[in-house]
Design a protein around this ligand. Structure first.
Ligand code: ADP
Length: 595
């Protein structure tokens, strides 16, 4: 119940935020519509009693009201429909915007790793209609409550025993609740399969999956799996829907029986002279309305519970994000330049929702202005170190200290503003080339000269030169006339993006050159080292790179060899070779392979 009320409140607030003006209009129209329903039987009663009493004037005035009420109701209905559609659209836009903000707004990545977050997101994705209709069904429910109250008051005035009908209204409401629970149970049971179906569909339409799907001849297999998982989802959901409808109908039958009893009471009263003929007309017309009313209430309450649940999920997501990322207390200011450097103090890290400790009691000192390379086998923990440096996560134990200040105390956004980074899993921004590079420093995105300089620093001039309109060329297949680039060319642009910020405290290149050939990588790293030195002079910035190519790694001042989440060796290239340990072994293996 608490969740329902929370969801209901959240729907109303959401509607109000989407458009206060439209909310007022729909409330007014709703009142007009739902009050006019029970008024019509009252007018009919007056007409009947006036006719029986041969009161011509009274009958005429009362009868004139009827078409007027009907007209009011219809005009209200038409107008309301248009405003509704607009309000529902605005509300859904707003909910989607909030979902986007919840997903991308937080400073860290932890929420993306959590299965409970993924489950709720998946359910919300599948519950588009209840979300869309949420404001409408909520206001409508209030309207139905108004109509029910007026009807009950009228019935009580007519015959107090009819109040017992309220008891008969309980079974339909209880069965509607049961049906809702049944449906919820079905979709929660399905959420994993539903995510699987979404993934399969994604695979079926994604361009980058097409090559492997063709080569391995997976088309039929993929289609078959998608069909099977969709079919199972459909069957389970509709079974829940049909069972719900059957049980809800039984609840309504109980109410109908109660109502027949009530009607008999009034009719017998009229025969005995205790009620007027108008009272009988009133009871019969209210009865007809009451049947529809209870049906509407049952249906609306079922739907409202689904909408409220969907909105409660949104509130849950909001709560999770607030819990995971509390605003930094005693935030510290990011220094303008590094004087001492960065120190890892007994840093341990375990990914959220997992058990394995990926980094263990790691100590490391990187002086300001240094160039440092992380080396190690796949899965050693190099990228995890980089993620901690970017504050995508905070260490589970220990701390990272920047010029004597705990990194966790810097507001993540301020810290990231001072990071220039290129990653192996780079993004292909299908924009104009200038923007695709320029978004690396949004403030300079319009400045062609600044972008061109970054392109040069990343040794990506050859890519831009081949483009028909240079930096102004539209990129990517999402545009009919967009230029398509090779993997290596996209990667060079990603590197240029990483070079946009000119005064970073941290320059990160995390295997960003995997799609480049050895020569291109070498040229790039020479330029990179030059700009890293310039940055080091200007800001004391530290350059961090992760690479598998030792010709690149050896350029670093400090090489750190990671194995199983711990540092096993560190020193310069010459020192590590002289030591004859793991680095020397890996180096000679690669030298032999490329000899
Ligand atoms: P490297 O960069 O040295 O190849 P990573 O730092 O990417 O290694 O990974 C180190 C370990 O952390 C691996 O065992 C990997 O499976 C695990 N890991 C990486 N990312 C995640 C994640 N998001 N959730 C759970 N485990 C992860």
């Amino acid at each position: 119940m608490r969740e329902f009320l929370l969801g209901f409140g959240s729907i109303m607030r959401s509607g109000w935020r989407a458009s206060p003006r439209r909310m007022v209009v729909v409330f007014a129209l709703m009142l007009l519509e739902y009050v006019s329903w029970p008024l019509a039987p009252l007018v009919l009663k007056e007409v009947t009693d006036a006719v029986v009493a041969r009161d011509v004037e009274g009958a005429t005035v009362a009868a004139a009201f009827l078409p007027f009420l009907a007209l009011l109701n219809q005009i209200g209905g038409h107008l309301a429909h248009v405003v509704w559609v607009e309000l529902c659209d605005l509300n859904l836009l707003q909910v989607n915007r909030e979902l986007g903000e919840l997903s991308h707004g937080p400073q860290g990545l932890e929420h993306h790793e959590r299965p409970d977050y993924a489950d709720r997101l998946e359910l919300m994705r599948n519950e588009g209609n209840p979300m869309y209709q949420s404001v409408r069904v909520s206001v409508r429910s209030l309207g139905l409550a108004v109509q029910l109250t007026i009807t009950i008051v009228m019935l009580t005035l007519l015959e107090p025993l009819l109040l017992l009908l309220l008891l008969f209204a309980l079974p339909p409401l209880a069965t509607a609740r049961w049906a809702h629970r049944r449906f919820e149970f079905a979709i929660w049971g399905d959420v994993e399969r539903s995510r699987e179906a979404t993934h399969l569909l994604d695979l079926a339409v994604r361009a980058d999956a097409a090559k492997e799907i063709r080569i391995f001849g997976l088309e039929d297999e993929l289609r078959g799996r998608l069909r099977a998982s969709r079919e199972q989802l459909r069957r389970r959901r509709f079974r829940a829907e049909y069972e719900g409808v059957a049980v809800m109908s039984a609840g309504q039958l109980v109410f109908a029986l109660g109502y027949v009893g009530g009607l008999l009471l009034v009719v017998r009263g009229a025969v005995a002279g205790e009620h007027t003929p108008g009272d009988v007309v009133l009871a019969v017309t209210l009865a007809a309305q009451m049947n529809t009313l209870v049906y509407d209430i049952v249906f609306a309450s079922g739907f409202l519970q689904r909408s409220a649940q969907a909105m409660a999920r949104l509130a849950w997501l909001r709560g999770l994000i607030a819990r995971l990322y509390p605003p930094a207390t005693r935030a510290a200011a990011v220094p303008a330049r590094l004087r001492e450097g960065i120190r890892f103090e007994r840093v341990g890290f375990t990914y959220p929702g997992t058990e394995t400790e990926i980094l263990r009691e790691l100590d490391l000192e990187v002086p300001a202005g240094a160039t440092i390379a992380f080396v190690g086998e796949n899965g050693a923990g190099k990228s995890t170190l980089v993620k901690l440096l970017c504050r995508f996560y905070d260490p589970t134990s220990g701390r990272i200290v920047v010029d004597g200040e705990d990194l966790a105390r810097f507001p993540a956004a301020d810290w990231r503003e001072r990071i220039a980074a290129g990653f192996q899993d780079f993004v292909r921004f299908e924009l104009v080339a200038r923007e695709s590079v320029g978004v690396g420093d949004l403030a300079a995105v319009e400045d062609g000269a600044v972008v061109a300089a970054a392109v040069e620093r990343a040794a990506a001039d050859d890519v831009v030169m081949q483009l028909p309109d240079g930096l102004e060329t539209q990129l990517g297949k999402s545009h009919a006339d967009g230029a398509e680039l090779s993997g290596g060319q996209w990667q060079k642009l990603a590197l240029a993006r990483a070079m946009m910020r000119t005064a970073p405290l941290l320059l990160i290149l995390d295997e960003p050159t995997s799609a480049l050939d050895a020569h291109a990588e070498h040229v790039l790293f020479e330029r990179y080292a030059a700009s890293a030195r310039a940055v080091a002079r200007a800001t004391g910035g530290i350059a961090v790179f992760v690479s598998h190519r030792f010709s690149t790694v050896r350029m670093a001042d400090l090489i750190v060899v990671i194995d199983g989440g711990a540092i096993v060796e560190q020193g310069s290239h010459a020192e590590l070779i002289a030591r004859g340990g793991m680095y020397a072994e890996l180096f000679s293996l690669q030298a032999a392979a490329y000899g």
